[in-house]
Every structure is written in C-alpha cells, then in structure tokens.
Design a protein around this ligand. Structure first.
Ligand SMILES: [Zn+2]
Length: 169
C-alpha cells in the first residue's frame, strides 16, 4: 500500500510562488550576462532586448503568483487539494467521500470532509475507519493542519462550488 503512493504532493501556493521567484532570479542573471556579452560582441540592441525579455518574464511570474493569491483570497483551494483528499480515501477500504472541502488559513490547510461507511458495522469500526482516513490525509498533505471528518448519511451534498469534488469513482 505505502509503496504504491502516487503523485502525492502537498505543495502550497506560497512554496510554488517561491519556486517561480528562484527560477526568475536565475534566468534574470543569465539574461543580464547574455545582454552584456551581446553588447561586447558588437550588438548594441542586445541590451534593450534582454531588458524587454526580463520585463516580460517578470510580468509572467507576477501573473502566476497573483492568480494563486487571488484564489486564496476567494477562499478557494487548488483543485489538487481536493484530489489529494479523494486520493487519501482510496487507501481506506469501505470509505466513501460524500463531500470534501478545504481552505487555507495562512500557510496551513484545514479540511472538512463528510464520509459515509457501511451502516451495518459497529460505531467503533466506523470510528476506526475515520481515524485511519484522517492519518492518511495527514500523510498525503504535509500542509494539512486540521481535519474535520464527519459521518454523513450518504446523500451527496451539493453546496460546494467545486465540481471537481464530485469526481469520485
Ligand atoms: Zn497515495
């Protein structure tokens, strides 16, 4: 089971944005060197062209970062987070996700998941399933700070705006 663990990543938007920044810093330094080299080799236009390219690159980074920040402000999570919750449930036999929600609080994820289990089993068994699902979620989502797992009757709840939350097999 553990060895099958799949593309399970729990990268937050902040980490991703940091990655973009690091990459731009590297590209920018490289571009400046190329620009200087171009001027030195007798292409006076190399410098302004490189400047323009850097500007375009920086706008691209700002756009990408801004998009994830805006998603956060609208209280949304990346679809991958909901996928991670569903993926964690796939490790637990006999569990069905009725509804999965998650939100960022700072750099920490809070998940709220409604599950249903076989109604015939004793409560102690149902609680055990919920507990192992919870630890499976923590295993798959390093940014997860709190998980609220509750039992639901099995009727799908259609009150969340993320249609991808319903892609369960
Ligand atoms: Zn996994």
């Amino acid at each position: 089971m553990w060895l099958l663990c799949c593309p399970c990543s729990g990268k937050g938007a902040a980490l991703i944005a940091d990655g973009y920044h690091a990459r731009t810093d590297g590209l920018t330094s490289l571009a400046v060197v190329i620009g200087a080299l171009g001027v030195w080799l007798g292409f006076p236009l190399a410098d302004p062209i490189v400047g323009l390219l850097i500007t375009i690159a920086i706008f691209g980074i700002v756009w990408q970062s801004a998009r994830s920040v805006v998603t956060r402000m609208l209280d949304g999570v990346e679809p991958g987070v909901i996928d991670d919750i569903h993926h964690a449930a796939e490790h637990i036999p006999g569990i069905k996700i009725i509804d999965a929600k998650a939100r960022w609080i700072g750099h920490k994820l809070h998940a709220d998941v409604a599950i249903s289990v076989d109604q015939d089993q004793p409560l102690s068994q149902a609680n055990k399933i919920a507990a192992s699902f919870e630890s499976e979620m923590f295993e798959h989502m390093p940014a997860l700070a709190a998980a609220n797992v509750r039992f639901s009757s099995g009727e799908a709840e259609h009150d969340h705006p993320n249609p991808r939350g319903h892609l369960h097999g």
